[in-house]
Design a protein around this ligand. Structure first.
Ligand SMILES: Cc1cc2nc3c(=O)[nH]c(=O)nc-3n(C[C@H](O)[C@H](O)[C@H](O)COP(=O)(O)O)c2cc1C
Length: 317
């Protein structure tokens, strides 16, 4: 279920997901102004000081009574910035922390102590269960075809396995939702919130490079390649930006280290998008895009209500 603190604060059940080199304060603030949850990854600033500047900026512009917003980082020992970024998250009372790779009870307790929430990003049921044991407030079920670090499961199957273990926690579905009808589909299938990334790469407020925005316009589902060969974690990349075989040899030499994700070449030259790219053919403002999501969402709800059903056949006596 949705957290009670969200009551009356969201226009649509959407969290605009954190995206490396895509989400900055303007996208977060415009998402929140449009009535959906905005977010950014702490690593979009190269230092913790930079992260603090963005926290101050977003807090000041969204205000305390607005729509909730979120920041994301890996809660993992190889994240060199973990302690500093976590201290800032508490100092600025970030409404939602999105944890990836790991999560601990100490972290969820500290966030709950100031009234915040923790959503954890999971690609399988085992990781989701571990996060629930650490008392997170929600699980982000990252299904097949999602942009960035992605899962491989079909969303219906994944939701089906998660629903029985969620209790009153929030179930968030991620992957390939490029319009309001898809978001309504996620809610109809049992999710409480939709986690939408790739569609928001192509907005006026996104800080994505012109190259990524152009590739998103030009690409379709056949251009999205799923591989763990770029930074050790299965991710969706645009075929046009993948190099030859050298990087596989580099990767084979060392283990995986989160801080290496900061190494620009992997996410600056090798670009990511989810399988939903094929449905994207423009670069609207965030406000216009959320309006469209709303129209599509209501169209889908009306469509479900209008589906003609067979009259119930009286049970044979
Ligand atoms: C270009 C790009 C960069 C991303 N970077 C991050 C990131 O830094 N941190 C993160 O938690 N997720 C990241 N993601 C994943 C999204 O948060 C989200 O799970 C995904 O976009 C949802 O699927 P969709 O893109 O199909 O809508 C990224 C996704 C994209 C497309």
């Amino acid at each position: 279920m949705l957290p009670t603190s969200f009551e009356g604060r969201l226009r649509l059940p959407i969290l605009v997901s954190p995206m490396f080199l895509v989400s900055g304060p303007n996208l977060v603030v415009e998402s929140c102004k449009a009535g959906v949850i905005g977010s950014f990854p702490a690593f979009n600033q190269r230092t913790s000081d930079g992260y603090e500047q963005w926290l101050k900026d977003v807090r000041a512009r969204v205000g305390d009574n607005g729509v909730p917003w979120a920041t994301q980082y890996p809660v993992h020992r190889t994240n060199d910035r973990l302690q500093a970024d976590f201290a800032l998250t508490i100092k600025y009372q970030v409404p939602i922390l999105i944890s990836t790779i790991g999560i601990t009870r100490e972290v969820t307790d500290a966030v709950h102590a100031y009234g915040g929430l923790v959503f954890h990003d999971a690609i399988n049921v085992r990781h989701a269960k571990k996060a629930l044991e650490a008392n997170v407030d929600g699980i982000i079920a990252v299904s097949g075809g999602a942009g960035g670090h992605s899962g491989t499961y079909n969303p219906f199957a994944f939701l089906g396995e998660l629903k029985p273990i969620m209790g009153d926690k929030t179930l968030i579905l991620a992957g390939c939702m490029s319009d309001g009808q898809a978001v309504a589909g996620a809610i109809a299938a049992g999710a409480d919130l939709a986690y939408v990334g790739t569609r928001f790469v192509n907005t006026v407020e996104s800080i994505a490079s012109e190259k990524l925005k152009r590739l998103v316009l030009e690409s379709d589902i056949t251009d999205v390649v799923y591989t763990d060969q770029v930074d050790g974690i299965g991710s969706s990349f645009l075929r046009q930006t993948l190099p030859g075989d050298d990087f596989r040899e580099d990767l084979a030499k060392g283990g995986f280290n989160i801080s290496e994700i900061l190494e620009p070449k992997r996410w600056v030259d090798i670009l990511s998008a989810g399988q939903g790219v094929g449905a994207i053919d423009d670069i609207p403002t965030t406000a216009e895009l959320v309006d469209r999501f709303e129209r599509g969402y209501h169209r889908a709800v009306a469509r479900l209500g209008a589906v003609p059903l067979m009259p119930r056949v009286a049970a044979a006596s």
